[in-house]
Design a protein around this ligand. Structure first.
Ligand code: WT7
Length: 625
């Protein structure tokens, strides 16, 4: 099998992180300590999570039962009997203890427009909006859709809903009106919260007029919620057309968010935490809002794009706010890498301790660039694997404890018992050096509880395929050292002549070529080999197929043959301008598969694409027009 072409070089924890003169002492500072805590989390889960939930959360009424139900029946519950409020945990308790501490640094689209909001001010604004929502007869259990740009009001809106026990359902502001309508209808939302407009990259994005008169209001007490009362819905695309309203509940979700900010980002008081995602996605919910604010941290809300006004924007922002944890996606890392190191040079990145990545497997080239050029080999790189449905990280290194490998998400987080299953017979593949589908054997606190209005779909998607397990939909390898390598969605696995290949792996091989900026690989059907490989390749600016004096596509085929094996060689390579990607940067290989198969009349939902016009261009290319 080709997949163990991975580089198994182990990168130790940077010495600086373990030097008390330079960095705060990491919470987990050795592999042994991680292993011991991980063991406890599995062998004594009630003690482990009971203690964590008591330490990290403030309860109106304590829980008695730590965990109830399970994956076999899809009736997972955590901290039963407990009563709490997420808004109280994220705002009030910090506003009482440290009212002048900055809660939100709003890094506006225009670099000189940033603003700071303290916990005291945040409490005032959350109460004001919560009061306005109540005045509109929004009550506990109602659903409020939120369609807002990346301005402080979106954070306030989430927390105002949580405060009164209403579920928020954030629809990413880049979605079309039709997509918004579908999601509002599916959830029977009672109200849509929106703003006049937002700005991104110097452009104005119109949303709508705000609907709510804000009255000055006194404290609105936070509603006492049961641990298992829903906190929010978040729509995510499934393999079928209809989006799923993934539902998270209050205590387990909040605990997962906070525990991972604490341990995975090694958050210490005084740190400046910067997650570059949009609040409209789960990454923004968990790592801009609930995780950092739950811990009383200062969180950065970044309204702009990494290239506005120029590709130094991230690095300038890190220097300006002395960011300690920085979290972004491989697609952004690749894009910035391709624009050249000169945009990084001259910016003081010395405040950084932890660099996170999420969303797709990170190819080693991008990992090394992040580690060397941004981290200067003195930061921890945390490749965090998780999903909308998992609520928070489930596989990830810990900065002070886990040596890394370039491209591996490494080891499971506390309480997450992984299994690699044989996709054919569903049997668990024991030991190391195995590849199969990735599943989890028992519930962890922040696992989604259901799909709104469709528990059967929840059950059939995640729990029924391998009874007793949560099925992630991803393929994974547990390598010879026990490290996990995510292979991408199993629907992106290609089988050529009985060789299982990951799209990500071939893409990674293609991108090793100095002319290549990005690549997307799909499986097309082939009479002889079952499937064959088609690759779509975007070149770096200034590179062109003819520029090298010979056919670049031939060179690329040779490269894949050399790096992976002859059976992995693409049958066709298209040099294209752009790839179909969602606004969060995820490659929509499904669309490429349809185009190649000639099924252009059934492309499915393309409303989530960053630029839907790319579809026409690709069709023309493949048709040879
Ligand atoms: C899918 C979940 C949850 C954050 C954003 C995406 C892929 C996510 C990694 C990673 C390899 C990753 C998986 C997963 N994914 N993180 N570190 N390495 N793959 O959330 O839209 O729910 O997508 O993203 O395929 O199943 P999402």
């Amino acid at each position: 099998m080709a997949e163990d072409q991975a580089d198994h070089t182990i990168y130790p924890v940077p010495g600086r992180l373990l030097d008390p003169a330079q960095c705060p002492e990491p919470y987990i500072s050795s592999m042994e300590q991680y292993k011991e805590m991980y063991r406890q989390s599995l062998e004594q889960p009630d003690e482990f999570f009971g203690k964590l939930a008591t330490e990290l959360l403030s309860w109106f009424q304590p829980f008695q039962t730590v965990q109830h139900g399970g994956l076999r029946h899809g009736d997972v519950a955590w901290f039963v009997e407990g009563q709490l409020n997420a808004s109280y945990n994220c705002v009030d308790r910090h506003a009482l203890a440290t009212p002048d501490k900055v809660a939100i640094i709003y890094e506006a689209d225009e670099p000189n427009h940033s603003a700071k909001i303290t916990y005291g001010e945040l409490l005032r604004q959350v109460c004001q909006l919560a009061g306005a929502l109540r005045a509109h007869d929004i009550r506990k259990g109602d659903i409020v859709a939120i369609y807002m740009p990346m301005i402080p009001e979106v954070v306030i809106a989430l927390l105002a809903c949580a405060r009164i026990g209403a579920l928020h359902s954030v629809v990413f502001a880049g979605f079309s009106a039709e997509a918004l309508r579908d999601r509002v209808h599916d959830a029977c939302s009672r109200l849509v919260l929106t703003a006049d407009q937002g700005r991104r990259g110097g452009k104005t994005i119109d949303t709508k007029k705000i609907e709510l008169p804000l009255r000055a209001s006194s404290t609105i007490f936070s509603e006492s919620m049961n641990s298992e009362d829903p906190l929010f819905l978040l729509y995510t695309s499934g393999s079928t057309g209809k989006p799923k309203g993934v539902m998270h509940t209050t205590a387990g979700y909040l605990l997962g968010a906070m525990a991972t900010v604490k341990y995975v980002f090694d958050y210490h008081p005084g740190d400046i935490f910067a997650c570059m995602a949009d609040v409209g996605w789960i990454t923004g919910h968990t790592y801009i809002v609930y995780g950092p604010l739950g811990l009383g941290a200062t969180t950065v809300l970044f309204e702009s794009i990494p290239t506005y006004p120029n590709p130094s924007r991230y690095w300038e922002m890190i220097a300006k706010h002395k960011v300690t944890q920085f979290y972004t996606a491989p697609t952004a890392i690749r894009a910035l890498r391709r624009l050249g190191d000169e945009w990084v040079e001259g910016h003081d990145l010395s405040s950084l301790r932890v660099l996170g990545t999420v969303g797709e497997p990170i190819n080693p080239e991008a990992w090394h660039w992040y580690n060397n050029t941004i981290g200067k080999n003195r930061c921890a790189i945390v490749d965090t694997y998780w999903q909308t449905e998992t609520g928070s990280h489930i596989i990830t290194p810990l900065p002070g404890a886990i040596p890394t490998k370039a491209g591996s998400a490494t080891v499971p987080f506390f309480g997450v018992e992984l299994a690699i299953l044989d996709p054919v017979n569903g049997k668990e593949m024991a030991g190391n050096d195995v590849t199969g589908v990735l599943a989890v054997k028992r519930p962890w606190p922040s696992i989604a509880r259901t799909i709104y209005g469709d528990h059967r779909r929840f059950f059939e998607t995640y729990l029924k395929p391998y009874p007793g397990y949560y099925f992630t939909g991803d393929g994974a390898t547990r390598d010879k050292d026990g490290y996990i390598w995510i292979r991408g969605r199993v629907d992106d696995v290609i089988n050529v002549s009985g060789h299982r290949l990951s799209t990500a792996e071939i893409e990674s091989a293609l991108i090793m070529n100095h002319a290549v900026a990005e690549a997307a690989v799909i499986g097309a059907s082939d009479e002889v080999t079952g499937q064959c490989i088609y690759a779509f390749v975007c070149l770096k600016p200034g590179s062109s197929g003819g520029h090298y004096g010979h056919d670049l596509t031939k060179e690329l085929v040779m490269q894949v043959r050399k790096l992976i094996g002859p059976f992995a060689a693409p049958k066709r390579i298209y040099l294209v301008e752009d790839l179909p990607k969602t606004r969060s940067g995820k490659l929509m290989r499904r669309i490429l598969r349809k185009i190649v198969a000639g099924e252009t009349d059934s492309l499915g939902d393309i409303s989530t694409l960053a630029d839907p016009s790319v579809v026409e261009t690709l069709i023309a290319k493949v048709d040879g027009v």
